[in-house]
Every structure is written in structure tokens, then in C-alpha cells.
Unconditional design. Structure first.
Ligand code: SDX
Length: 427
């Protein structure tokens, strides 16, 4: 569906076409704007600017709705598996039993890294952040598949996508093992996706690994909850890098770097660090809720607020319910959870947060669950990247399928006007 918008600027009035999405959202197509009026739209941070139309993920921020390809996140979290959600995001439909069996078989066949690539892990210091290791090794994968990198060749893209889905858990686990000075554990193709990741991270060569199926299911659900989120910062990064026709490995490597930022996926690590600071300071929740309201304090409640959700992030709601079950099952009494609950209760009743519609987001509880599962804090954002990978690939493929132009925004120049060069002797 489409419609019209009228805009007056510079003494001119023009009509612009609009596009109406399948959920009734309206986008004003501003492409003719500059040619017709010499004016451009200006929206730092793209707060009110859409970069594309998309069939992949729908978010209704006002009502806390999230759907992948039309399926509600809470249904997928309880009824699907991460590998099935990968198929759904990448192929646009849920697989039949034979399609899923074939897909799973193909992914299993690509879990190993080239033996020479292992040497790359030796080049990093033990305390290297695993996001730096993962983005480096993912980009390096492109050097091992130089004959299959053409972003406009569907077979190359399909193979690269399967290689990434299969190998990122191996890369993540290898980066963790290296950071611990432990021997690498190779993929076990008998295990499902999350179980294989857990075994590669926590098994030892010297003993049989007993996989806790409940824990594996929890990790699988966490990956589903993170699988896509429309045009977030890292997905936009992947799209823009891909719009230059950079290969998929390079584009995903860039997405990992964007996700690393504490305003984005790095927030799950920052939430745990924040909760620990509050715990170390006598669990004085009121003090930190007040600090978060003082812009000069530089302190923010990590895990709170969202560009799109002006209601409770549905993923945070699911995680908030999961966290109790996880800690009870593992018989853990985590004092940081008590602080998190108090923080949430206080913030949800405080006018500063209520007025700004600042609710807990996906990062608020995820870190407490990862910690309960024995995953170290600096691996939290890697877990986010593992979940987000199929979404990034789906977004990258869609922008190429739509034949979008290279992502190159304009600006409004506010610097010096023309001035002559002054020789140094005269300055
Ligand atoms: C993710 O985009 C996505 O979809 C991301 C994500 C995904 O799945 O990909 O959902 C994952 O990144 C979740 C967000 C994780 N980040 C954090 O938890 C970091 C803390 N949150 C903030 O930095 C902030 O809320 C953002 C970055 C998430 C959103 O920032 P916006 O939309 O640009 O909002 P803003 O910074 O303009 O804030 C609006 C107001 C400001 O106050 P005023 O200028 O009106 O006085 O709200 C305040 C901000 O100071 N504010 C906060 C706050 N977040 C916003 N104040 C205190 N604590 C906070 N956390």
C-alpha cells in the first residue's frame, strides 16, 4: 500500500510518496526531496529514519511485540530451536522435517576450522577480549574461502552462511579455551547446537563431559531470544558494509565489532559490572537510581532503555521469568539478582524512568543467567553475537536481494567557510 505526504520547505511545497507496511507503519519516501527543494532530512542516530523495508523482523515498541518472520518471540522461545530459527530467518519459512534434517546435517559438516587458522588464536594475549578474537577470526575465514566470496553469487552466499553458523560456536569456544590456557575441544557432531557449544567451552580432554540437557536448552533459548532485532546498530553496520559489496565474512566481522559497544550488545557485560559495583557499595540501589538521573554523573543504568521499546522488552520479560528457574535448578542464590530485582522495581516506579519509558531491555537479565551457567562475563557479548548471527546474515542477504544502493548518507556542513591558506611564517 502507498499514500502521499506534503512537505513545505524553502518556500516550496512538494508531494512525497509514502509506503505503508504490513502492520500499518507509514514511511515517507524522501528520495526526491533534495532534487526538488535542495533540502535534505537530518536525523542524527536515525531516531526517526528508516533505512529500508524488511520482511524479516517486526517490532512494536509501544506494545512490546517482537516477531521473526511473523512468529511471536514467546512462541519461538518455547516451541522452536535455535537452528530452526536460523533456518526461519535465512529462508523466510519454518522448515519441513526433511528440510530441517538436511540443514542440520549441512551445518554439522562445517563446524571445524582449517587447522592453520588455529594458529591465529595463539597470536592474542590470554586477556584479549573474545569479541576482538571473534571478529578477527571471522574476517580471517574469508582468506580460506577465496573462491566462494562473491556476494552476488547465491551459492557462495549460501555456503558462507552455513560456514558461519557452523563455525562461530567453534571460534567462540576456542577463544574461551585459549583465554583459560586450556586445550581446545573440537566440535562433537553428535550434539545439538547449544550442547556442542557448551562441550567445546567446558569439557576437558582428560575426562568424559556430562552435558546437562536442561542447561543446553536454556542456552538454546537464549540464542533464539537474540537472533534478530530489525535495524539495530550492528545489523545496520552489517547492511552498510554489505552494501559496498564486501563479502559476508567481512560484513559479519564488522557487525561483531558494533555489537561489542556497551551501548549495544556490550551492555550485558556492563550490567553485571554495574550490579557488582552496587553490591560492593552496600547494595545502595537508591543511590544509583539517583545517579542515573544526573546527566553529569556519567552513570547510566545499564540494561535499561531502548531506542524502539517504550514498553517492557518482551525478551527481558521472558528472561526475567527464566532467571528464577535457572537459579533454582542450579541451586544458586545470586545476590546480584536481588539487586537487579530491587533496581527494576525502583526504576519502574520512578518518574524519571517512567516519563522516559525506560524499561529493562534484553541485556538486563541475560548476564545473570550466563553467569549462573558458568559463562564468564567477558563472554556474555560473544553469546549475544552467537545468537544474532542468523539475523545479521538475513539482513545482509535482504539488502542485496533488494538491490539497495551503497549506504552513504548526506550531511549538513557547519564548518568554516572558504578561507585562504596562510604560510606558517605568517601564523
Ligand atoms: C541493545 O537497537 C536494538 O534493537 C538493540 C538491541 C538488539 O537486540 O539489537 O535491543 C540490544 O543494544 C539493548 C540496549 C542495551 N544498552 C543498554 O542497556 C545501555 C543503557 N541504555 C542506554 O544507553 C540507551 O537507553 C540506549 C542506547 C539503549 C538507547 O538510547 P536512545 O534511544 O538514543 O535514548 P537516549 O540516549 O536519547 O535517552 C533518552 C533519555 C535521555 O534523557 P534526557 O536527555 O531525555 O534527559 O533517556 C535517558 C537519556 O539520558 N536514558 C537513560 C538511560 N537510557 C536513556 N538514563 C539513565 N539510564 C539509562 N540506561
Amino acid at each position: 500500500m502507498s499514500g502521499k505526504a506534503t512537505l513545505s520547505v524553502n518556500g516550496q511545497t512538494i508531494e512525497l510518496d509514502t509506503v505503508v507496511g504490513s502492520e500499518g507503519e507509514v514511511g515517507i519516501i524522501t528520495k526526491p526531496l533534495r532534487g526538488a527543494t535542495k533540502a535534505i532530512s537530518l536525523d542524527p542516530g536515525f531516531v526517526n529514519t528508516g533505512s529500508c523495508t524488511s520482511d524479516i523482523t517486526y517490532i512494536d515498541g509501544e506494545n512490546g511485540v517482537l516477531r521473526y518472520r511473523g512468529y511471536a518471540i514467546d512462541e519461538l522461545a518455547t516451541k522452536s530451536s535455535f537452528l530452526e530459527v536460523c533456518y526461519l530467518l535465512l529462508e523466510g519459512k519454518l522448515p519441513s522435517a526433511s528440510e530441517f534434517s538436511d540443514y542440520k546435517e549441512q551445518i554439522t559438516r562445517h563446524t571445524l576450522l582449517h587447522e592453520d587458522l588455529k594458529k591465529m588464536f595463539d597470536a592474542f594475549p590470554a586477556n584479549a577480549h573474545p569479541m576482538a578474537v571473534c571478529s578477527s577470526v571471522v574476517c580471517a575465514l574469508s582468506t580460506y574461502y577465496q573462491n566462494n566470496l562473491d556476494p552476488l553469487n547465491p551459492e557462495h552466499v549460501d555456503l558462507s552462511a552455513k560456514r558461519l553458523v557452523a563455525k562461530l560456536p567453534t571460534i567462540a569456544a576456542f577463544s574461551y579455551k585459549k583465554s583459560r590456557g586450556q586445550a581446545l575441544i573440537y566440535p562433537d557432531n553428535e550434539l545439538d547446537y547449544a550442547g556442542n557449544l557448551l562441550k567445546m567451552m567446558f569439557a576437558y580432554r582428560t575426562e568424559k563431559y556430562e552435558l546437562d540437557e536442561d542447561v543446553a536448552k536454556l542456552v538454546d533459548t537464549l540464542l533464539i531470544l537474540h537472533a534478530d532485532h530489525e535495524q539495530n546498530c550492528s545489523a545496520t553496520t552489517v547492511r552498510v558494509v554489505g552494501s559496498a559489496h564486501a563479502n559476508l565474512f567481512a560484513s559479519i566481522s564488522a557487525g561483531i565489532c558494533a555489537l561489542w559497544g556497551p551501548r549495544h550488545g556490550g551492555a550485558n557485560q556492563s550490567v553485571l559490572e554495574m550490579l557488582q559495583v552496587i553490591a560492593d557499595d552496600g547494595a545502595d540501589v537508591d543511590k544509583y537510581v539517583a545517579l542515573a538521573q544526573d546527566r553529569d554523573s556519567g552513570f547510566r543504568l545499564m540494561g535499561f532503555g531502548h531506542r524502539v521499546y517504550k514498553n517492557y522488552d518482551p525478551r527481558a520479560r521472558i528472561l526475567g521469568e527464566m532467571v528464577e528457574k535457572v537459579l533454582t535448578k542450579l541451586d544458586i542464590n545470586d545476590p546480584l539478582l536481588n539487586i537487579a530485582r530491587k533496581l527494576e522495581a525502583h526504576a519502574l516506579s520512578d518518574s524519571y524512568f517512567v516519563d522516559r519509558k525506560l524499561y529493562p531491555n534484553v541485556d538486563f537479565y541475560s548476564g545473570i543467567i550466563y553467569r549462573a551457567l558458568g559463562i564468564p562475563t567477558n563472554m556474555f557479548t560473544v553469546m549475544f553475537a552467537l545468537g544474532r548471527l542468523p539475523g545479521w546474515i538475513a539482513q545482509w542477504k535482504e539488502q542485496l536481494a533488494h538491490g539497495l544502493p551503497i549506504g552513504r548518507p548526506r550531511q549538513i556542513y557547519t564548518g568554516e567557510n572558504l578561507r585562504p591558506y596562510v604560510p606558517m611564517s605568517e601564523r
